[in-house]
Design a protein around this ligand. Structure first.
Ligand code: FES
Length: 154
């Protein structure tokens, strides 16, 4: 994540993508990737740049679940809840992570360190239960191992 303001990210996006309402998704993706979420201010900047209303940008941002509207943690922990992982105990891992972090899925720790999410299949079904911490996969987890991994995050 960087400290660039949404207006700077949008300005660079406009140089890259051009103008018009077709750039809304790309601008939102750039902001989400760089800032970790899409703020109200960012939506206003995107609307201005694309020549559409803020409400239109908001409806795109809220429709797609991969856009986060809340600030996220420095680390994103995604635990798979799909059937293979579920059958191998992902519910117990989730309960342990919730207790360890003191948050529920979709929430971020008060220190801004970790956002906990559940997700569908990570493609590691043969090594379930699995979770992704940022871009690093962890598999064949126990609740204790999952908590240890999260505890080790800086
Ligand atoms: S079901 Fe969890 S990784 Fe596929």
């Amino acid at each position: 994540m960087t400290n660039r303001k949404p207006a700077e990210i949008v300005a660079e996006g406009v140089r890259r993508y051009g103008s018009g309402q077709g750039i809304v998704m790309q601008l939102l993706a750039d902001i989400n990737n760089e800032s970790g979420h899409v703020s109200e201010e960012a939506m206003r900047e995107v609307a201005k740049a694309a020549g559409v209303s803020t409400a239109e940008v908001q409806s795109v941002a809220t429709f797609y679940s991969f856009f986060s509207l809340e600030p996220r943690g420095r680390h994103i922990v995604r635990l798979c809840e799909t059937i293979s992982c579920d059958m191998k105990g992902s519910a117990a891992i989730l309960a342990a992570l919730e207790k360890e972090l003191g948050i529920a899925p979709g929430q971020t720790t008060p220190d801004g360190k970790v956002t906990l999410e559940t997700t569908s299949c990570l493609g590691l079904c043969d090594q379930s239960p699995a979770m992704l911490v940022d871009n690093t996969p962890h598999s064949r987890l126990t609740p204790e191992q999952a908590c240890e991994i999260v505890r080790g995050l800086k």
